[in-house]
Design a protein around this ligand. Sequence first.
Ligand code: DSN
Length: 435
Amino acid sequence: MASKVFKLEKSDPKVYKLIKGEETRQKNGMELIASENYVSEAVLEALGTVFTNKYSEGYPGKRYYGGQDFTDPLESLAIERAKKLFNCDHANVQPLSGAPANVAVYFSWLEPGDTVLGMDLTHGGHLTHGSPVTYMAKLFNFVRYKMKDVETGEIDYEELKKVAKKNKAKIILAGFSAYPRELDYAKFKEVADEVGAVAMADIAHIAGLIAAKILKNPFDFGFHVVTTTTHKTLRGPRGGLILSKGKVSNPLKSVEKNIENLPTLIDRSVFPGFQGGPHMNNIAAKTVAFGEALKPQFKVYARQVVKNAKAMAGELMKQGCKLVTNGTDNHLMVIDCVKSFGVNGREVEKILDLVGITTSKSTIPDDILPPYAPSGLRLGTPAMTTRGMKEKEIIQIARWIVEAVNNRENLRMIRRVKKSILEMSLQFPVPGISK
Ligand code: DSN
């Protein structure tokens, strides 16, 4: 790796300088964005290889270009590892990221105007689950479900069933990007069965926790399709993945539209339906990450992510913060900043940037403030756990967060917190970045 960067320093010093700047930013600060993580050096190495040069439209053994001696076994290995990790019949490793993965599933099963039932954005759902600002919302009819009780996070399953029946939903989508609790997959599946819909889960945030068997796997409850990104708790390169149950057949031949054929319908939807050539360097890096997630150490990591999140949530509440659902069962939590600090999430994000803690603002359930300056702030522990932090450090970080925000007008205090953050950050190196 070092020699490649050295060459870049000569050939394009401007880009080199930006890469070095980002390295320093990552090394000197703390990453608490719930959807981010640090990949291993092995994943980074696989990403920067000559596989980036190769076109491989199609699937292993069935390509539209020659020269697939090494891409075919690579993609097959990725598929096998993904199936083993998530216990399913098929894996499509080609989606470029989470949004394209979700869209490819919609196109595999829906006709224009069909209904998808997804979680409300302010209650923790994702843009691709039907936000009116997405193109998908122009094509399909997205209806929402919410939590029944924002103090516990319990979903309103009765309402969900009613809405699914009324709208003849074709996909029931369980998944989120800012919900701190476990979902009751059995209840989602029951509704899907009752209305004859596909049961789909978007596990982008919690894939690593599910692969490590720390959280429940939707496939154990009869789900048909699961989508995910590969770069969050799963700790791989940026990318998407679609997992499914059913019969796997030749993706070059069309098949009848039924639930049994979902794996093939999805393959055909990803390519040629939606995407062109897969990014084989990215698939190489995904394969390495899947291999890492299959190792016993990954289970230890994933368990610590959740322990750390619970410790952080507990300490924040002890310090007087109001958290959405009053805690967490996974890797993330959402602070109601207006109730906790009297300022919105954007302001808190900015204050924390000043001291070297990176976070992301977030809406809270039925937020009355707009998404760009919402009431909440989302925090997560996957990245700092990768750097080796345990409860002791995480509790200290929670204290610094509250200290910095409560003393935001006091420059001396802000400088002091920043110094402490830098000192602790340097004790926990980022993989792939020298000390
Ligand atoms: N942008 C991701 C997140 O932060 O949750 C989801 O796509």
